[in-house]
Ligand binder design. Structure first.
Ligand SMILES: Nc1ncnc2c1ncn2[C@@H]1O[C@H](COP(=O)(O)OP(=O)(O)O)[C@@H](O)[C@H]1O
Ligand SMILES: [Mg+2]
Length: 193
C-alpha cells in the first residue's frame, strides 16, 4: 500500500477520533492522580512530557491552541489505528479535557546504530502494510539523528529501545503521519488466495 496508490484520509483525520471519543471522568481522575517521576526531554510539539509512576508517560498538549488541539486528535487517531501493533508505545488513555495522552513508557531514545536504522525501516514498512499508517517523509525526518550530546549526535528521533531490547516508535502527533483506508477483509482474502 504505497502513498501514491491510495487516497489518504487527510487532512482532518483526527476528526474521526474526536467524534468517536467518549469522555470517562473516572479514568481521567485515575490517570491524573499518578505521581510524576521525571520530565522527559526532547519533544517540540507537546507542552510537556512526563514519566509517571507505574511506567506511564503523560504527554500534555495545549488544547487552547487550535493547531496543538489538532495534533492531539491526530495522535489519538493514529494510535487508535495502531492499538494492536507491537512496535509502538500504546495509548493507554486520552483525557481530552486536560489535553493529556497517557502512553506506555517504552524506554530511552535509541542510539543511531545500523541495527536500529534497519529495525526502523522494517517497522515502518510493516505498519504501512498492515495498519495503513504511513510516514510522508520516510527517510528524512524519521531517520535523522535527533539528540545531541557534547556536539555528538547520539540518538534516533522518536525511536526508543524497550526493556526487552526491542525497537519502538513513539510520537505520532506530527502531520507527516498519514492514515490510509484499511483494505477490507474481502480484499485481503482475494489478494491472498
Ligand atoms: N511512550 C514513551 N516512552 C518513552 N519515552 C517517551 C514516550 N513518549 C515520549 N517520550 C520521550 O519524550 C520525548 C518527547 O515526546 P514526543 O512524543 O516526541 O513529543 P513531541 O511531539 O513534543 O516531539 C521523546 O523524545 C522521548 O524522549
Ligand atoms: Mg518527538
Amino acid at each position: 500500500m504505497g502513498a501514491g496508490q491510495v487516497k489518504l484520509i487527510d487532512p482532518k483525520q483526527g476528526d474521526d477520533a474526536r467524534l468517536a471519543y467518549k469522555a470517562d471522568a473516572i479514568l481521567d481522575a485515575q490517570f491524573a492522580s499518578k505521581t510524576a517521576v521525571s520530565e522527559l526531554q526532547g519533544g517540540h510539539r507537546a507542552q510537556r512530557v512526563e514519566l509517571l509512576a507505574g511506567g506511564v508517560v503523560a504527554k500534555r498538549y495545549d488544547m487552547a491552541d487550535e493547531k496543538k488541539r489538532r495534533l492531539f486528535w491526530h495522535e489519538v487517531a493514529v494510535l487508535t489505528r495502531l492499538a494492536d501493533c507491537p512496535h509502538v508505545a500504546h495509548l493507554l488513555h486520552a483525557d481530552a479535557g486536560r489535553g493529556v495522552l497517557y502512553l506506555e513508557y517504552v524506554g530511552e531514545n535509541a542510539g543511531a546504530t545500523p541495527k536500529r536504522f534497519k529495525d526502523v525501516k522494517r517497522i515502518m514498512k510493516e505498519i504501512e502494510e498492515r495498519w495503513g499508517v504511513l510516514y510522508a517523509r520516510r527517510d528524512r525526518q524519521m531517520l535523522t539523528v535527533g539528540r545531541h550530546k557534547n556536539g555528538i549526535k547520539v540518538g534516533l528521533r522518536n525511536v526508543t529501545v524497550d526493556s526487552h531490547g526491542r525497537t519502538r516508535l513513539i510520537d505520532f502527533g506530527g502531520p507527516n503521519w498519514k492514515l490510509a483506508p484499511l483494505p477490507s477483509r474481502a480484499d485481503v482474502l482475494l489478494a491472498t488466495t
